[in-house]
Design a protein around this ligand. Structure first.
Ligand code: FAD
Length: 410
């Protein structure tokens, strides 16, 4: 059957987009499908946020999975969710309320029934339509329009010194976002745990582990720890900063602007306070330093300064590999003869369109949408841009609504 819209990847972005296409664009649900190699919607989100034991989102309540910005706030009110589930002056929702709302929304709008389980292999074109081959030779999908939102979870960043140990099954090393993380953590009884990283995920995971293993956890970070409320300045949600990106025609410069705008390896002040409290109690130690190698036989982490840290479990909270494309994206770019940016991703226009009827959302949209592209709100802005085709080319005034800082909250 020929679909009108095929979404590849049913995580935060794919799920939001499927709901948006149904609700706002009026796409017929029989003509819409979401392909994902995982059975459940939001599988990566649920697993990763659970791994870091995050209590509150970093983003505000307006950034939720329904089509209206106020949906989560209204849902919380209607369901008597306690006020404490909205945190700080930025109204950051608790993970519990965000997830309950998202799962209820998926259920209410029967979004799971749109899912087809399979891994996308390569996109090609047949006449005006796209053909998608999957890992199942019997499953080939055809669609007039395709949105790629495969995220970045399949490409974890593993430092060069850790690659060999990671290949050895028995070595006590695991990436925080590896699906085996929780199980492996349970095997550490009284041992020393070292977490590598200085960003919000590393700190939250370190705090959570130090509650279970007080005095046994070290957070090892390469750069001084930094506090920022958000992972980028909120001006990136408005045309104020986005127009700067648009005016920059050179895509290498654009990439530099996006990288520079991101507050990498930072965390908000509430997490900083929790960290200070854990340090004061001696539950956790922080160490500024760089690893030279991990001796997984002796359970020793050797630092460049010559120091050795005992380490019975090494947790890599090193995030995702930057700017790496998946085989699916690379092979599809080749098959469709798409123009590539200098960083190797499909070149896209204002509507996030790599070719007629072929769109992207998430990290692949970063050179148009800036650092917020990968966040929850990035899916919302992507949906508006994609559905804007054929209408005015002017920046959508709704983007201003996301400028939630000073103007809205005082
Ligand atoms: C711990 C953590 C906390 C975060 N907190 C926030 C926050 O508070 N606020 C915020 O705005 N953002 C936050 N983010 C950032 C971002 O919102 C999430 O990473 C979000 O999950 C990204 O959504 P996504 O759809 O792009 O990717 P994912 O959720 O990873 O979904 C991608 C989907 O594509 C599927 N897929 C991949 N390749 C293929 C293929 N070839 N074929 C078929 N399916 C495929 C995967 O199975 C997956 O289901 C956080 C991220 C992390 C890791």
């Amino acid at each position: 059957m020929l679909l009108d819209w095929l979404i590849v990847g049913g995580g935060i972005h794919g799920t939001f987009l499927s709901n948006y296409l149904l609700k706002r664009k009026g796409v017929d649900r029989d003509k819409l499908a979401v392909l994902d190699n995982q059975a459940k919607p939001l599988a990566n989100w649920l697993q990763q946020t659970d791994a870091v034991a995050m209590k509150y989102l970093r983003s505000p309540v307006e950034h939720n999975l329904d089509v209206g910005g106020q949906a989560l706030r209204k849902w919380s009110h209607d369901n008597n969710i306690p006020d404490t589930d909205l945190y700080s002056k930025y109204d950051r929702p608790s993970l519990r309320s965000f997830n309950s709302h998202a799962l209820e929304l998926i259920d209410r709008n029967q979004l799971e029934s749109l899912r087809i389980i399979g891994a996308a292999k390569v996109l090609s074109k047949h006449k005006e339509n796209y053909l998608l081959k999957t890992d199942d030779p019997d499953l080939v999908l055809s669609a007039k329009n395709v949105i790629i939102c495969t995220g970045q979870a399949n490409r974890l960043a593993i430092p060069a010194w850790a690659r060999l140990s990671c290949k050895i099954e028995s070595a006590p090393i695991v990436h925080l976002f590896d699906k085996r993380y929780q199980t492996i953590c349970k095997t550490v009884n009284d041992g020393h745990i070292v977490i590598i990283g200085g960003g919000i995920s590393a700190v939250q995971a370190a705090l959570s582990l130090s509650e279970k293993h007080p005095g046994k956890v070290v957070l090892l970070h390469r750069y001084p720890l930094q506090t920022y409320q958000f992972d980028a300045d909120p001006c990136w949600l408005s045309t104020r900063c986005l127009s700067l990106l648009r005016q920059t025609k050179n895509l290498t410069h654009r990439r530099r602007i996006v990288e520079g705008a991101r507050h990498k390896g930072s965390f908000p002040s509430d997490i900083a306070k929790q960290l200070d409290a854990a340090l004061d109690l001696g539950q956790l130690r922080c160490h500024l330093g760089e690893v030279s190698c991990f001796d997984h036989h002796e359970h020793l982490l050797n630092l460049v300064c010559g120091k050795k840290l005992p380490c019975d479990l090494l947790v890599l909270a090193t995030g995702f590999a930057e700017n790496s494309t998946s085989d699916f994206v690379r092979d599809s770019m080749q098959a469709l003869n798409l123009k590539a940016t200098p960083c190797g991703i499909p070149e896209i226009d204002y509507f996030l369109r790599a070719d007629k009827g072929l769109f992207v959302s998430g990290p692949l949209a970063e050179l148009e949408l800036g650092p917020a592209a990968r966040n929850i709100v990035g899916a919302r802005i992507a949906a508006e841009r994609i559905c804007q085709i054929g209408r005015s080319k002017k920046p959508h005034p709704k983007e201003y609504n996301y400028y939630f800082m000073a103007s809205k909250r005082g």
